[in-house]
Design a protein around this ligand. Structure first.
Ligand SMILES: Cc1cc2nc3c(=O)[nH]c(=O)nc-3n(C[C@H](O)[C@H](O)[C@H](O)COP(=O)(O)O)c2cc1C
Length: 114
């Protein structure tokens, strides 16, 4: 089991329809690949945690990296884990709460997410 957390900057303020498209793709593809985690968006930045088989996390991350709806993608942490922090995949509209939760799940040691 492998876990990866990144932060990125949306190229513009995405509207509901665009977000819906992303969330639908996540539900489809991540469920198929048994990838769990959380995507959060606050109108400016995305934070996303992906967890699952390492090769699945890596390949979905490559696809996400080439998405031109965001840029400045910075991997904040990645490591093997013994179990999932999230049992399913979800989306949340916020920043502070999600980030605190994601950092906790990642067990950062004083890494500045910005
Ligand atoms: C911030 C962000 C996060 C994304 N996360 C995922 C993801 O976890 N899984 C996924 O399949 N697509 C994700 N996408 C969308 C992909 O870049 C891509 O558009 C999508 O996988 C295409 O799916 P489809 O070929 O099934 O239409 C994300 C896009 C953005 C902008």
């Amino acid at each position: 089991m492998y876990r990866l957390l990144y932060r990125s900057l949306a190229v513009r303020k995405l509207d509901e329809a665009e977000l819906h498209g992303i969330v639908n793709a996540c539900e489809r593809n991540n469920n198929d690949r048994l990838i769990t985690g959380l995507l959060s968006y606050d109108g400016t930045h995305f934070f996303q945690m992906l967890e699952g088989k390492r090769e699945n996390v890596t390949s979905i991350m490559h696809r996400i990296e080439s998405d031109d709806r965001h840029r400045n993608i910075r991997v904040l942490g990645q490591r093997p884990v013994s179990e999932r922090a999230y049992l399913s995949w979800g989306f949340r509209w916020d920043r502070g709460q999600s980030l605190a939760e994601l950092e906790d799940a990642m067990r950062f040691d004083g890494v500045n997410p910005w």
